[in-house]
Design a protein. Structure first.
Length: 228
């Protein structure tokens, strides 16, 4: 057996770390970027009934916020009231939204190149018990998602507050008043719970695929070696 080169070991470690970050950032980017995801939630979550606004008003307000985040447009919330505190919170959100898309793009490109070079035998990545670092990354991601899923099921409010405490340290401008910062009426907690469920579910699917592919490849190699 050839001794693994240090560069192969290093790139394998990076692939292991990049795998969960890519899965999570990619999955999180979908509800953040793909506006029809929100549109599809309006009726099932009864947002028109709970907010007291019609669908046109809801969509206009949501689109204005998305235009601010992704296109740098002037901050507006359609015909809904807003405050400078509310605007400041969405200004804080802009770099986070953009960062997750950048992370998904860069890490996805890295993993794609890593897998291609491995396929062409340019790299000889280190393996533990015959399983690749990407597959181990999938296993680690499943563990993280299990912990988050249990936390969310037990107390989603606490998880929601913890998320904001981590990503918006020392700030309280993410707590909106429904009378003066009316965007909160069309972005209920149930919507964020749906987003969290979607993200966790998609990440779990990606992770299972990565693990299964790794195990299948190990078994295939083992059969080939046994037949020689």
């Amino acid at each position: 057996m050839k001794k693994a080169r240090w560069i192969d070991i290093l790139l394998s470690v990076i692939a292991f770390l990049a795998t969960p970050l890519f899965f999570i950032s990619f999955a999180a980017s979908i509800p953040a970027v793909f506006r029809p995801f929100y549109y599809a939630c309006i009726t099932p979550l009864h947002i028109e009934e709970t907010s007291g606004y019609d669908r046109e008003t809801i969509v206009e307000a949501y689109d204005d916020v998305m235009n601010f985040i992704w296109e740098g447009a002037e901050f507006k919330t359609g015909s809904l009231k807003w405050t400078e505190e509310e605007k400041a919170h969405f200004e804080d959100c802009v770099p986070l939204f953009h960062l997750q898309v950048i992370l998904a793009s860069v890490l996805g490109a890295y993993l794609l190149v890593f897998l291609i070079l491995r396929k062409k035998n340019v790299l000889r990545p280190a393996k533990l018990w015959g399983i690749s670092s990407v597959s181990y990354g999938g296993m680690f991601t499943l563990l993280v998602m299990a912990i988050i899923g249990i936390f969310a099921a037990v107390d989603f409010d606490k998880l929601f507050n913890l998320f904001h405490a981590v990503f918006f340290p020392g700030k309280g401008n993410w707590v909106f008043n429904e009378r003066t910062e009316q965007i909160i009426n069309i972005l209920p907690e149930e919507f964020f719970a749906v987003c969290a469920g979607f993200i966790v579910g998609l990440v779990v699917i990606f992770s299972i695929i990565a693990v299964v592919v790794g195990v299948v490849k190990r078994e295939k190699v083992a059969r080939i070696n046994a037949s020689e």
